[in-house]
Design a binder for this molecule. Sequence first.
Ligand code: GUN
Ligand code: ZN
Length: 436
Amino acid sequence: MSLVLLRGRLLSFRRAPLAIDDTQSYLYIEDGGLLLEDGKIAAIGEYADIRKTAPEDVEEKDHRPHLIVPGLIDMHLHFPQMQVIGSYAANLLEWLNTYTFPEECRFVETAHAQRIATHFYDELLRHGTTTAAAYCSVHKASADAFFAEAMKRNMLMVGGKVMMDRNAPQGLLDTPETSYDETRQVIADWHGKGRNHVAITPRFAITSTPKQMEAAQALAQEFPDLFIQTHLSENLDEIKYTCELYPEATDYTDIYVRYGLMGKKTLLGHAIHLSDREADVLSETGAVAVHCPTSNLFIGSGLFPMKKLRRREKPVRIAVATDIGGGSSYSMLRTMDEAYKIQQLLGERLNPLESWYLMTRGNAEALSMVDRIGTLEAGTDADITVLNASSTSAMALKMEVVKNLTEELFLMLTMGDDRTVVETYVAGQPMKSVLA
Ligand code: GUN
Ligand code: ZN
């Protein structure tokens, strides 16, 4: 049995905050204790109380004065795009064709996929991210490398072999049949092994023929518990081209509806330029729009109207993500800083409590996994991130005048990055401090 007692300031959300002064939306314990037992959180409370009930000889880790939060969750990124980050392109389609597709072709080499998978998890842990929903490449071996490495580290990950059978280089194409067979094989090999979750992953409508969309539909019907991840309405030229490829569909969203791909387990990357009709469809089906702020700004795709979509009469479920390698940082702190700026430009307010909720509990709710991750509640998995708001000299100087928790959270969003992350625990094990 492994037993550890963490001491520090604890923050965990109970629900989405309604306003910047909504102190009921979260639990905050100034001198908190978190008892971790066999990879789970066994108890949370005042340190003095937890100390009394814990065995005398329990190992203690004193993280004071740092803040202990649930492990951060990244809801959309591409594991084969670590070397695509920072590619200079005019727009999405140029970026895909010039840099991204050629790079993903390299994942035909198993050794390359394995090497990048190692770096991938190192970076996630360095940035305090304990769960992510990722795209692999079209090659089954890339999914094997992705899930094998997740298992080694005991991380809860969502991932899928990308399905794509047109409009890309030959080295990156499968067929409707092979994409179906290989996705089934990935499910058989990896789904439910360790903490792995396989997602059915048709890249987007442009790179799938109607026949392949039917294969994705068949998989969705056979495996209704699996996540489905794809891209939606990221860029205006992309939308135009997509609708030309599927002229029978009312709009981009309708393509995914027609192939039975819209539901509570559907994760739609970007979804920036939705019509009211499309937003209604997302709301009615329970599909999640995944906001990728650094990517949307970097590629120049548009300003995602997050607040507007959340306060509709028919609200859209929202998650947040880095979208590496269209995104420019692995850090969910940097991600939410850009999310804040996008709302500023749209004349909306995104308060720091909402941002913290979104990258922890909010993303767990989007995965329908809040009983396991995204909070510090007893009985959930011990995936935990420890943060230091004074991690740089500039932040420490600002901290001299920070008056309360909300201001501290906002400072970490504004200036924080991987240096802010002191430790990352996965299923109770410290992972960041042991990285090479
Ligand atoms: N649309 C289809 N594929 C991709 C991708 O890899 N990145 C982004 N940002 N958009 C996409
Ligand atoms: Zn993407």
